[in-house]
Design a protein around this ligand. Structure first.
Ligand SMILES: [Mn+2]
Length: 333
């Protein structure tokens, strides 16, 4: 069954729906839940989005109707029975807000809409997972169209934002003709690229520039330039009063290096070292991430390395890059 047919059959007869996305949500998860929530409301379905935290300030332009609540603002008893939970941009309940996890598991009626690999859902029908989609926002856009709901500016801007962020402004091989056709339909509502671009990439504070400058000035690369990396320490984030979520795009600066195959960003989270991986698509960083215990797309992936007592971050980074150099020849997509 196609994604849109699956969605239509799952939504049949549902009168109340709650959306959520993964913790530390990105603009794809947020834009997707907002747009589909508003679309279902326009069909007369009671719908709301509940995230771990209230919407960060910089994303509020996508939510003029305030359909997103933080988990501390959601009152299940007031909302009443939930017919269906829709989880977007991830495909496991383990990745959503810890307060919601037991509620969703108890409810037992959950629909995932996602574009990440979902090995544990294999063989399970009834979910909207398509790993070829450039963004969850692309799947949601096609679902809304198939429901016969015309796009308006409010529905279009969050989806346009979702697609911009997940394709890093249309640079990844996941971008297809279908992506651009959908974007054309979204833009026909009158939204302008700058509304989304400036919303997510603009409105930075001067400290953000200083942090970016400091990070980039310490970028390193292997001798042949195959792998380049930056390291975001806890101290730096604190020193420049920055928000961790706002540093996601730093890694993209490495992708313009000559001969770059894999870009990495190491972020020290205290107990663990978070490793973000990007490539222009020719070298499969999803596979690289799986080698290192993580996962993701061929162009964008991540893993987490748990620190042991006495581990120095510099040593861990060094060892990880060495491992990557060994695996690299097997990653040609
Ligand atoms: Mn996504």
């Amino acid at each position: 069954m196609s994604i849109v047919d699956t969605f239509k059959s799952r939504i049949q007869g549902m009168t109340s729906v709650v959306f959520t996305t993964h913790v530390i949500p990105d603009a794809d998860g947020i834009g997707s839940e907002i747009s589909l929530c508003m679309a279902l409301r326009s069909m007369g379905i009671k719908a709301v989005c509940v995230n771990d935290e209230p919407l960060p300030l910089r994303y509020r332009y996508m939510d003029p109707d305030h359909v997103v609540l933080g988990s501390n603002e959601f009152e299940p008893n007031v909302f009443g029975p939930v017919d269906l939970w829709i989880v977007v941009d991830t495909n496991t309940v383990d990745r959503v807000c810890p307060i919601l996890q037991p509620i969703i598991r108890k409810n037992n009626n959950v629909l995932f809409i996602d574009h990440h690999p979902a090995p544990h859902l294999e063989g399970q029908a009834g979910h909207c997972v398509d790993t070829t989609a450039a963004a969850t926002g692309q799947l949601v856009g096609h679902i809304i169209q198939s429901l016969g709901i015309p796009f308006n500016r409010k529905l279009a801007l969050p989806l346009y934002t979702a697609i911009i962020i997940d394709t890093s402004s249309f640079r990844y091989p996941s971008v297809s003709a279908a992506t651009h056709h959908l974007v054309g339909d979204l833009m026909a509502t009158g939204i302008a690229p700058g509304e989304a671009y400036n919303g997510i990439y603009g409105a930075k504070k001067i400290e953000h520039m200083h942090l970016l400058g400091t990070i980039l000035s310490t970028a390193q690369a292997t001798k042949n330039g195959d792998i380049a990396w930056i390291h975001l320490s806890k101290n730096l984030i604190k020193r420049f009063e920055s928000d961790v979520e706002d540093t996601h795009a730093f890694i993209n600066h490495l992708l313009i290096l000559d001969n770059i195959k894999v870009a990495c960003m190491f972020r020290d989270d205290g107990d663990a070292l978070k490793v973000s991986l990007r490539s222009s698509g020719e070298w499969d960083v999803g596979l690289l991430a799986r080698h290192l215990g993580g996962g993701g797309h061929s162009h964008s992936a991540a893993t987490v390395i748990m620190k042991k007592e006495g581990d120095s971050v510099d040593d861990l980074i060094h060892k990880t890059v060495e491992k990557m150099e060994k695996i690299l020849p097997t990653l040609k997509a």
